[in-house]
Design a protein around this ligand. Sequence first.
Ligand SMILES: Nc1nc2c(c(=O)[nH]1)N=C([C@H](O)[C@@H](O)CO)CN2
Length: 119
Amino acid sequence: MTDRVLIEGLRIDATIGIYDWEKKVRQPLLLDIEMAWDNRRPGLSDDIQDALDYEAVSNELTALVQRKPYELIERVAEEAASMVMSTFAVTWLRLKVSKPTALKNAVSVAVQIERGTRD
Ligand SMILES: Nc1nc2c(c(=O)[nH]1)N=C([C@H](O)[C@@H](O)CO)CN2
């Protein structure tokens, strides 16, 4: 099944980083997420109940990332992936977490993970 629902460039201001100064400020993270979902049913029914609601996913991602401080973007990625799969019954996803303020001489840094199985 190759259908997907995507969220691109979701900005979440987070307490993120390994240094003391980073624990006292908020920095933006950008999340890109690609989720396997059978879009044929919502495509026929035109009913949000059949769809993977990207607004609901975005709200839950924001709440999760802002709930507590994190040190590594890897940890953010892992917890976000786990939450989306369990809360929304997503069986496969690809998630990228970017930290654009991390390096002064780079546009951005990021980690990307894939979890679950493509059926
Ligand atoms: N692989 C990672 N490397 C680094 C991270 C990270 O989250 N994952 N974090 C930092 C610092 O917090 C950095 O972003 C401060 O600018 C360094 N390396």
